[in-house]
Write a protein that binds this ligand. Sequence first.
Ligand SMILES: *Cc1c(COP(=O)(O)O)cnc(C)c1O
Length: 365
Amino acid sequence: MTILMNDFSREPEALHAAMEQAFGEVMRSGWYILGKRVEAFEEAWATYCGTQYAVGVGNGMDAIEIMLRASDIGAGDEVITSSLTAFATVLGITRAGAIPVLADIDPESGLMSVASAERCITTNTKAVLLVHLYGQVGDMPAWENLCAQHDLLLFEDAAQAHGARYANKMAGSFGKAAAFSFYPTKNLGALGDAGCITTNDAEIFEMAKRLRNYGQSNRYEHTELGLNSRLDEVQAALLQVRLQWLDAFTQRRKEIAERLLKGITNPKIHVLQAPKTKDAHVYHLFVVRCAQRNALQTYLTEQGIQTLIHYPIPVHLQPCERSFNTDPQGLQWAEQFAATCISLPCHPQLSDEEVEKIIRAMNAF
Ligand SMILES: *Cc1c(COP(=O)(O)O)cnc(C)c1O
């Protein structure tokens, strides 16, 4: 039996029963898109994140586009983000009409480097889109200072960081607005595509609600060129159920990470260190680096352990037709990281025996 990166079939029966119940209720209600279950989940998610508002949308990439457009970021505006991220981060920026500028990373965490971001600033820079990569919230005061000093808006791509905290503030509550994805494999996932924007700004909230629904202010009255990025009632109802389990699942991810951190002692493998405050990492992904990464991946596959690479190609080296602006000093750390990183299973349904098996395999390599 291969140990998988995610295994939803092994989730608790009580969770699955509650999801079935929620699904049945939506089906019988006769109302399927943007209804009272979406509103109830938006309220619950805003409360969880400690923000005033949340707006449910179709997916995480749309959440980034809508968040930026609702904040008046668009044509000609430069937005600094990390080159080591999901391509969707950068697509969200380009879809908003803005220009992504890619910064290098700190090789100890994989997170965007403040010094590199600073080198990316030009007279056209309007915002920083901070990615809480792998579930880690980095040095928030440093980002807040940088943005304050250069008069930039701070946005969060919190698609991997549901429930991560820094100084008791939640991911999703630091910036002008934040984007979440509820893609099934995220720490809080739906049974299909779903996403959300959180903010404390009433204008961004109102604008985001218009943009997700064709730019309508009233029925059939279009004040914006919006998109169709509405959240389904069934996904909202399922997310509401799964939200009740999020903290327990996060706790289990942290336990597993702690075991892996302690257990993996192979000198060929560099385990990314835990952040100074342990609530600042929710272990969406548990990542190590290894010079013989591809050989390690093959070995683990043979041992019955699935792995993935996040990410094998940094955004600035992607083979798409468009080239990207970058840190003028280059992105050497992002490139090195992409060539050596590997993500190990750490989902909440893993048993202690499976975690031990992963540790043994890592040390035997
Ligand atoms: C998953 C993810 C996204 C995109 O979310 P989708 O719901 O798949 O569109 C954006 N940014 C990061 C960092 C992600 O992990």
